[in-house]
Design a protein around this ligand. Sequence first.
Ligand code: PLP
Length: 361
Amino acid sequence: MEKIKFELSEKFSPIKLPDNLGFGKFFTNHVFEMDYTPEKGWHNPTIKTLENLIMHPATMFLHYGQGIFEGLKAFKTDAGDVVIFRAEKHIERLNNSARRICIPEVDPRFMLQALTELVSIEKDWIPTKHGESLYIRPFIFGSDPFLGVKPSSNYKLLIVLSPVGAYYPEGFKPVKILAQDDYVRAVRKGLGACKTPANYAASLLASEEARKKEFTQVLWLDGIEQKYIEEVGTMNIFIVFKNEIATPKLNGSILPGVTRDSVIQILKDWNMNVTERLISIDEVVTEYKAGNLVGVFGTGTAAIISSVGLLNYKGLEMELNHGEPGELDLKLFEELTSIHYGKIEDKHHWLTHVSTKEVEV
Ligand SMILES: *Cc1c(COP(=O)(O)O)cnc(C)c1O
């Protein structure tokens, strides 16, 4: 692979950011960009000033949705180091998504270098308050100007960076969720396990309808029978029963979350009984009625852990933990953020340390 070219802007220092960063509203000055052609493969890797893309109106992605993305985070640790959480795992998933929708894969080692170089250049943008981080959004899309359904021949890969605050500005407040059986997000053998915009498009109407009824998120049931629990909003889901912490097993329609994987590992480290299996919504209702449902939480890079305070299924309102965040949810959030900020040992080698020496350009 070629060396990354640097076309850095003069305006190096971050703009003054507000106290409440929100999520995905601000972007750093630079992006990573590279191109794919059948002749040259991935080439022309460049870190340059963020600017608008210029595209032909017939760009295939705009019409047929051949695109994928990732979402991961960089943190400034308490000691001042810059780290990226589980970068290799996210790159592996990017390539899994790529294969599913006929996008050419990237060299994982080169991709890791691209991520670390870009984050290193923009290190002064990493916010440092608890809960804050630099969100990293790599994405790839088919760029041929052509109106016809087939895989694009040419592609573009970009990485943009966004300094973000805590995902839920109200803090660790449990959310209300509505189990959805009028719409499905994904079906087995479809695109559910692929991080692609289509899955989000499929989710919008259900989310809007839930929001109108004052729910924060939708609980997605399986695409065939609407019987088994799959995900919550754009997060994976864990159900805390009295003697078991269960999460739906990956069946092809569930996105294999990196946070999900981290939480399973941490629970195993704590010698807790964590299982990956089919969980029907009826089982959840039965266990709730029997007093065996301790809590429900979601996992994802953006929110990390999100407690569920209320679950509605066909009008039955199940209040969990009196609407308060669960003890386990808080403990997992604390553990993950302690790893992010270097407060405890990174025993599974989840952090990639980013060199922060000044780059020569
Ligand atoms: C990205 C995503 C998740 C969470 O994955 P993480 O790797 O933990 O961020 C869960 N569900 C969906 C649908 C997603 O797109």
